[in-house]
Structures are given as structure tokens and as C-alpha cells.
Design a protein around this ligand. Sequence first.
Ligand SMILES: C=C(O[C@@H]1C=C(C(=O)O)C=C[C@H]1O)C(=O)O
Length: 181
Amino acid sequence: MNAAELSAWYPAPPSLSPRARGWLQNRGSLTQLIQQRCRGEFRVKPVFQSLATVCGDELALMNLRQNELALVREVYLYCGDTPVVFAHSVVARKDLRGAWRSLNGLGNRSLGTVLFTNPVVKRTPLRFRKLNSAHPLFRRACQNLQAKPLGLWARRSLFSLRGQSILVTEVFLPSILELSS
Ligand SMILES: C=C(O[C@@H]1C=C(C(=O)O)C=C[C@H]1O)C(=O)O
């Protein structure tokens, strides 16, 4: 990815429907918002949690070198049998025994329960990007989708605790717009 692509996360999404904007720009817990709007059962389905290299557009933000390993957690958030969000979170290896050690035993509990219940955790402003098939997160987010969309809206922000950060990226799947508003 070139420098332009690396910086292609914008402070505000351009033209969005009011319903989509309501999801992308909500600054509370996405888990809680889905639980409020999902008539079925909410669940977190972890699909990956291991040391791995990260996306090219995450290196600078996480102060990682090209092939440096970090803890990567990826989950789908489900409403009933339908995946509505694909989430990808990154913690630098050096911080895994520090502020974010609770990730190790998180399993199918929502990361939101850790991030939004600790008043000391600080969140940087959200940034947005329309992902397409050129981005690795797009391909992983679409894995379980019958119909492959041309693009998916994503947002990301850093949560920091005692000077240690977790980068949380949430890719919104088309079916999220079917949840009640
Ligand atoms: C940050 C939140 O946690 C959600 C759950 C995640 C997980 O369990 O890995 C990751 C990102 C979020 O979609 C939230 O609920 O707002």
C-alpha cells in the first residue's frame, strides 16, 4: 500500500444514508446497540485470535514494523443466525502481559464489555473507510456472505489504557441495516 492508501481513513464518512450513519457514527458500545436492536439472540463468534502480522494501514498507527507479530483477534457479531459486523482488533505483543492481558481469556465474550466498563479506557476519534476487495479485511469480512458486496463501510479507533493501545476495526456487513432502528 502506498502512503495515500495508508492514510485513507477519514474523520467522517462521506454521503451515507441516515440509517447507515446512525450505526457508523455511534460512539457507544456497538455490542449494546446491536443488542438493543436485535430481536434475535446476540452473540460473538470468534474466528481468529493469535499472534499474526497486521494490515499495512495499521503499522504506523500501532508503531509496528512490517513483519512484526501482534495479537490479532477477529470476530463476527451475530444477530440470530445473521452476521452483522466483522471486527478485527490488534494489540502489540509487548502489551499482552500489560493493560490488555484480559484479551487472552475473552473467548466469545464481547470486547466491548472490557472497553466500555472501564472508565479509565480512553478512545480516540473514529475514522472511516470504504473497503473493497483490495483490502485484506474486506475479504475476511465477506467470507460468510452469500452475496459479495462491492464495498463495505468500516470504522476504527484506538482504545488506550495505561498508555497501551488496542486498535479496533469494525466492518459493517450489509445485514446490519435490516436491524430495527
Ligand atoms: C468494541 C466493542 O466490542 C465489539 C466486540 C469485539 C470483540 O469481541 O472482539 C470487537 C469489536 C466490537 O465490535 C463494542 O461492543 O463496541
